[in-house]
Design a protein. Structure first.
Length: 504
């Protein structure tokens, strides 16, 4: 219970940082940001203090010196980064675009290392320090008056997004795997919430968003080069599971520097949608030609991932862009044509997607076990409909419900709504669905006015679709970044028209 209260306190602090930021220059927002920034690592350190990796460091010959040096180095990096961000504000968005996909394996005592976004954590920490610094000690203008930051007031989507983090922390109270919940909150939800607050409250322009897309495209091209190397040499650099799978499967999958081909494919698909939007909304032939070449390279890299959900997300995102650019009916007709071609291919060559029939086992094999996981998640939800089995408790609940003696290595249902329903019940599922409605309403409002807003809307829709067939919704920092930029660029909602007085 003490851990749940601590998690909730940190999550509330992250939420308050945004809610109080609407009061321009609020010191309360800065204090809340500082509490969340310090609280998450402290809770996580307490959780992993007695795990194997940390114990080995503590009991080593120079354990105390190593830990003290790591803390001192981290604080120095945060201070230097905060100074650079305050000195050159454009550094922050470009740095985020550069490091957002980079993951590093860290041993936190689990059976497998946790793949953490260490570079992004450094950037986020430095950005949070700079953000709080600007509000506690504002800069002095030429006339001697403080330059108080002008922050936009949060809307319903902002409040509900951070409220979902608080709810997740609260519902860890009855989870059988509270360690998993702690890792989710400390490693993902709180850091990404702080990054969201920083990005959401800065001034964004379409030109700045385009520069960030250019940086992300350069990173995607480099990662694609690694993927091509893996395919050419038949060598997967990371993830033993993918290595083992490639040894027994006919097709060869690559994951570049990611630990999961599906997450790698998702990143490529999202960058491709941003480039497609840029190409559709420009009249310059040279830009179209360069963008088309980049799309061809990234598309070839995407094919090598063999990620079904990434292909589907890309198609849906392209349909959204087509609807905004050429009209909804034309996009709808194109989608029907693509679906018809896909159906013909499936009927003509079902073994190409590992589909030999339409029974449960065949469908489960064709979807890499998702049918069984989805059915198990629905069964867990049926047994715990109101508040679920607790945050992070899906894996344990699924294993307990297995009728066979096999202990499958599961982490989620690979269908985010079902995972949320199983872990958080109708309460969490309702928050999730309402969040999707509010986010899409904000991003799709007049999204066809510019390439930046259209691309952001299509990318968020594609990411949501991808999570319907895979995991990582709020655990993906790209979602938080897209929502922050999209929210900053979205137009304000039109005021409601006044009601006319009744007349006889």
């Amino acid at each position: 219970m003490a851990t749940t209260l601590a998690l909730t306190a940190v999550a509330v602090a992250a939420a308050l940082a945004l809610l109080l930021a609407g009061r321009n220059g609020s010191r309360g927002a800065a204090i809340a940001m500082a509490l969340a920034l310090v609280g998450a690592p402290v809770i996580l350190a307490g959780e992993v203090w007695d795990t194997g990796a940390v114990v080995r460091v503590r009991e080593g010959a120079h354990g105390t010196e190593v830990i003290a040096g790591a803390i001192a180095g981290g604080l120095l990096a945060l201070a230097a980064g905060a100074w650079a961000i305050r000195r050159w504000p454009v550094v922050l968005p470009l740095a985020v675009a550069a490091v957002v996909p980079i993951r590093v394996p860290i041993d936190v005592g689990d059976a497998q290392p946790v793949n953490l976004l260490v570079p992004l954590y450094v950037v986020t920490g430095a950005a949070a320090v700079a953000w709080a610094w600007d509000r506690l000690r504002p800069r002095i203008g030429p006339d001697g008056t403080p330059l108080v930051p002008v922050d936009p007031r949060p809307g319903p989507a902002d409040a509900l997004l951070l409220g979902a983090v608080v709810l997740y922390a609260l519902q860890s109270a009855w989870s059988d795997d509270q360690s998993k919940a702690v890792q989710q909150v400390a490693f993902f939800y709180v850091p990404f919430a702080l990054l969201y607050v920083v990005l959401r409250t800065r001034r964004w322009t379409a030109a700045l968003a385009a520069r960030c897309l250019a940086v992300a495209t350069a990173v995607a091209v480099l990662l694609s080069a690694v993927g091509f190397y893996e395919y050419a040499t038949r060598t997967v650099l990371l993830n033993p599971k993918v290595v083992a799978s490639n040894q027994i499967e006919d097709a060869f999958r690559v994951n570049s520097l990611f630990f999961d081909p599906n997450i790698y494919g998702r990143f490529l698909a999202l960058v491709m949608l941003g480039l497609a939007a840029w190409m559709l909304w420009t009249a310059r032939g040279r830009v179209v030609a360069i963008t088309a070449a980049l799309l061809a390279v990234l598309g070839a890299a995407l094919v090598l991932t063999l990620s079904q959900t990434s292909f589907l997300a890309l198609l849906v995102g392209l349909a959204v862009l087509g609807g905004m650019r050429f009209g909804a009916w034309r996009a709808f007709g194109t989608c029907l044509a693509v679906l018809a071609v896909g159906l013909v291919l499936v009927l003509a060559a079902p073994k190409a997607i590992n589909l030999d029939g339409l029974d449960h086992d065949d469908l489960d094999g064709a979807t890499s076990g998702r049918v069984a996981l989805t059915g198990g998640g629905i069964g867990i939800f049926a047994d715990h409909p109101l508040v679920g089995v607790g945050s992070g408790g899906f894996a344990d609940a699924y294993r307990e419900a297995e009728r066979s003696g096999e202990r499958k290595a599961v982490d989620a249902s690979h269908t985010i709504p079902i995972t949320i329903a199983a872990e958080q019940g109708v309460v969490g599922l309702g928050v999730y669905l309402l969040l999707i409605v509010l986010v899409l309403r904000r991003l799709l409002r007049a999204a066809d006015a510019s390439a930046a807003r259209a691309g952001l809307a299509a990318m968020v829709v594609a990411l949501i679709v991808h999570t319907l067939g895979y995991a990582s919704f709020l655990e993906d920092p790209v979602l938080w970044v897209l929502l922050a930029i999209g929210g900053a660029l979205a137009p304000a909602a039109a005021p409601a028209a006044p009601r006319r007085a009744r007349t006889r």
